[in-house]
Design a protein. Structure first.
Length: 180
């Protein structure tokens, strides 16, 4: 059983030309129910510095952590015993949403890939090839994308989880603040 899961950074903003952005991994401890099926006690996400000490910007899309999306600002603390930075609290959203898809039918992979490209989303795929962490940028109208995903889910080809919905995406669906 692995004690962590980690993923590489998604695309997005970049550092000034000639000066690569220095990224730091932050451990996001998973709730017991998630940790059990993820076979991991925490998920480590790439983050970049902000101008505020101990606040960082998430630089990839989480596979397991709920309530966090690409670009969000979070507060971290140094855990000296674990020798790593650990998520402490959510600070502010960047307008991105996190949607996860579990592929149940291999034939759905190409269709989901094409759909995500048409909506100008980026995504990461776990090592099994079946769990996809999708970044829905602020400019994407999530309502028609959600309808398209639900259509494929209704066919039994995928499972969907909305891990974090940005305010604009919630508003577009008529959802409340508690549905983040």
């Amino acid at each position: 059983m692995s004690s962590e899961t980690s993923s590489a950074p998604s695309g997005g903003e970049s550092a000034p030309a000639g000066k690569p952005e220095r990224l730091y991994k932050v451990a996001f401890d998973l709730p017991d129910e998630t940790a059990e099926w993820a076979h991991a006690s925490s998920e480590r996400l790439w983050t970049g510095k902000t101008s505020v000490q101990m606040e960082v910007q998430v630089r990839n899309t989480p596979f397991y952590m709920k309530g966090i999306a690409f670009g969000d600002i979070v507060r971290v603390r140094a855990d000296h015993e674990r020798r790593e930075l650990v998520f402490e609290e959510f600070v502010s959203e960047a307008g991105h949403s996190t949607v996860r898809v579990i592929i149940k039918d291999d034939d759905a992979k190409d269709a989901i890939d094409a759909m995500l490209r048409s909506f100008e989303c980026s995504w990461e795929i776990d090592t099994t090839g079946y769990l996809w962490a999708i970044d829905v940028p602020p400019h994407v109208d999530y309502a028609p994308m959600r309808v398209a995903l639900l259509r494929v889910a209704d066919e039994g080809k995928i499972g969907i989880e909305e891990g974090a919905l940005a305010r604009a995406h919630r508003d577009g669906l008529g959802l409340s603040e508690s549905d983040r």
